[in-house]
Write a protein that binds this ligand. Structure first.
Ligand SMILES: *Cc1c(COP(=O)(O)O)cnc(C)c1O
Length: 385
């Protein structure tokens, strides 16, 4: 293809030529576990659905084009995609990960380390010296997650990926928060990109899924081999439904981001707020870097409530529109308290080190009207007084 296609075009046309038999515009659901062979010596393109399935392929093709990848595996959750990435490594390999990474990733790395399967090195990846020191320990994999969750810290992907490569490590970026509509880590030098498709890519909060995509075709082969061997593949139905959700991703991200900008500005001006973390605000320490490597600040933000834990509890209790729940990227605005919800698997010392305090709340901004969301947040702050 001569000119890279834009995300809206990719998702609007994904799979529309995918039914060679009946020419249906929307791809059918191939839920069959198995496929008929013409004869026992000619393996068909599709034989058994754990190994390969047309609905997963259509979704993988769309995601690969969005991310500029050679291809990838569709898994049954974001965490299955994380495990798949770790299965590429030899026993005892070192993995450098952010000290404030997604709670589930932290749990997985710690659990495997406790069994002696790998060595996890958690560092503040914004700290140049700490990152350099971690690379001296010859890691096999550098795990990036930017913007970070829940503090929306930004790490320079191009710089970190180049330094990891020079040290002989593969680089993976968890791109769940920004989505490929706002950030493309493979173009910035990463080898692998991970998604929890549970979140914005599906966007409708009604399934679990993941994807692991690679820039290099050889790595793609390994991903398929391990996804099949370990049984990590996602179901045909989930892939089919995720492709349906994906069609509106660019529209949803535009709208959710515009609302997030409005909410962040409003929160920053409110007396009940101690601080706001949002890469679109002038007060964000890495706003310039975010503008360089992202095409927008996204739909996630977090803030600290003045008055500590009790004030935070009163605030949450009085919300009527915004739902207290721990997911993100969907149509409905969700709020969560990372210290006791998404990051509860992280010990208190690690939480303190990562800046996850009891008065910190994370917002995943959805598709409601900004003024209704602001009215709800106002209700929360009135309850604190
Ligand atoms: C949710 C999430 C995951 C894990 O995905 P699941 O689909 O819940 O397994 C990984 N990384 C990030 C940033 C996430 O938000």
């Amino acid at each position: 293809m001569s000119r890279p296609r834009k995300p809206a075009t990719i998702v609007a046309s994904a799979g529309t030529r995918g039914d060679p038999g009946r020419h249906s515009l929307t791809p059918p659901l191939w839920s069959s576990d198995t496929f008929r062979w013409d004869d026992a010596d000619s393996k068909p393109a599709y034989d058994y659905s754990r190994t390969v399935n047309p609905n997963r392929d259509l979704l993988a093709d769309a995601l690969a084009e969005l991310e500029g990848a050679a291809g990838g595996a569709i898994t049954n959750s974001g965490q299955a995609a994380a495990l798949l990435a770790l299965l590429l490594l030899p026993a005892g390999a070192r993995v450098v990960a952010p000290h404030d990474c997604y709670g589930g990733t932290y749990r997985l790395l710690q659990g495997l380390e406790a069994q002696g399967k790998l060595e996890a090195i958690f560092v503040d990846q914004g700290d140049d010296a700490a990152f350099a020191a971690a690379l001296e320990r010859e890691p096999a994999l550098v795990w990036l997650e930017t913007p970070s969750n829940p503090l929306l810290r930004i790490v320079d992907i191009a710089d970190r990926a180049a330094r990891a490569k020079a040290a002989g490590a593969l680089t993976i970026a968890d791109n769940t928060l920004p989505t490929p509509c706002r950030q493309r880590p493979l173009a910035l030098g990463c080898d692998l990109v991970l998604h929890s498709t549970t979140k914005a890519l599906n966007g409708h909060a009604d399934l679990f899924g993941g994807a692991l995509l690679a820039k290099d075709a050889e790595l793609v082969e390994k991903l398929h081999w391990w996804a099949n061997a370990a049984g990590l593949s996602g179901s045909a139905h989930d892939a089919w439904q995720t492709l349906r959700g994906l069609r509106t991703l660019p529209l949803r991200v535009d709208r959710q981001e515009a609302t997030a900008r409005a909410l962040a500005a409003w929160l920053e001006g409110h007396a009940g707020v101690r601080e706001v973390h949002y890469p679109g605000l002038d007060s964000h320490p890495d706003k310039a870097l975010a503008e360089r490597q992202q095409s927008g600040p996204g739909f996630m933000l977090s803030f600290r409530v003045n008055g500590g834990d009790d004030a935070t509890a009163a605030f949450l209790k009085s919300l009527e529109l915004i739902t207290l729940a721990s997911s993100l990227g969907g149509f409905a605005t969700l709020i969560c308290k990372p210290a006791t919800m998404t990051h509860r698997g992280m010990p208190p010392e690690a939480q303190a080190e990562a800046g996850i305090h009891g008065d910190l709340l994370r917002l995943s901004v959805g598709l409601e009207e900004a003024e209704d969301l602001i009215a709800d947040l106002g209700r929360g702050f009135s309850a604190v007084s």
